[in-house]
Ligand binder design. Structure first.
Ligand code: ADP
Ligand code: MG
Length: 266
């Protein structure tokens, strides 16, 4: 099934995710912020796309538009499947429910064996009865991921899921995330280039609300940070993104200026 960005028409299509000329503008305090500026992106089924870019370049807005949490101003957005799952930087667990209770929110049947299976998948076997306050940051983020996976999403959107964690937990969870992402269609936002190369089948670089460059990562999995080829790819991406970051590009403009250049919707 596919969802149109505007209007909600459904039809079949490949690739799994198709985004074309997506625009989204915010108007905080009478200023216009062009968060997405004609962004286009395609993702194949079962592929992991890692999105990197400086803070404020529109990464979260892109994921929110894909998830239907923000409505794009214009552009086309289609995905093959019916369910999208999104994991945020913070776990967003309901504190008055146990871990199992939080996961059960995503399941029609609380006794569905999928609940225990998913807890085991994220390494939280036996923790279903614990409350969020009893979990470490890493465990809470695993629980959040498990809640998302319980919905059996056709498309998994991960918005800096590891960035709030300490570096030890983070590097351990990266390995687990790599295993969990395998075979799924995933859009992963991270500001960490090594993490992007570790997890992604490709890395796309966002700047000023659009995709500026794209890098395929064909290294065998699981990947090794210390590997020379791995480091060469990271250094290449870093060099390229530094060179192409248009620091003068100002996404905040006077409303009048933007209205004159506004694009029409499809
Ligand atoms: N709800 C909102 N209202 C006003 N401005 C917003 C809103 N959401 C995002 N923005 C602005 O849009 C731009 C892109 O934000 P965001 O997508 O969160 O960037 P990123 O995730 O890359 O850091 C930023 O300038 C941000 O301030
Ligand atoms: Mg963000």
């Amino acid at each position: 099934m596919t969802r149109a960005a505007k209007g909600g028409a459904f039809c079949s299509a490949l690739p799994a995710l198709y985004v074309d000329k997506l625009c989204k503008t915010f108007l905080p305090n009478g200023r216009t912020v062009r968060a997405l500026d004609g962004l286009s992106l395609e993702a194949g089924a079962g592929s992991v796309t890692a999105v990197v870019g400086k803070s404020g370049c529109g990464k979260t807005t892109l994921l929110k538009c894909i998830a239907g949490l923000e409505r794009p101003d214009s552009g086309t957005l289609r995905f093959s499947g019916s369910r999208i799952g999104m994991v945020f930087q913070d776990p967003r667990l309901l504190p008055w429910l146990t871990v199992a209770g939080n996961l059960a929110l995503a399941l029609p049947d609380r006794n569905d064996p999928l609940l225990e299976e998913t807890l085991a998948l994220v390494g939280l076997e036996g923790w279903g009865g614990a409350y969020p306050r009893q979990l470490s940051g890493g465990m809470a983020q695993r629980a959040s991921l498990a809640r998302c996976l319980c919905r059996k999403p056709d498309l998994l959107l991960l918005d800096e899921p590891l960035s709030a964690l300490d570096s030890f937990t983070r590097s351990r969870l990266r390995g687990e995330l790599e295993r969990i992402c395998r075979g799924r269609t995933v859009i992963l936002v991270t500001h960490d280039i090594e993490e992007a190369v570790y997890l992604g089948d490709r890395v796309v670089y966002m700047n000023g609300g659009t995709i500026q460059s794209e890098f395929a990562v064909t290294l065998n999995r699981p990947r090794d940070y210390r590997d020379g080829a791995f480091q060469t790819i990271c250094a290449g991406i870093e060099r390229d993104t530094e060179r192409n970051t248009d620091t003068e590009r100002n996404m905040v403009q006077d409303t009048d200026t933007v209205q004159n250049t506004e694009r029409g919707s499809e």
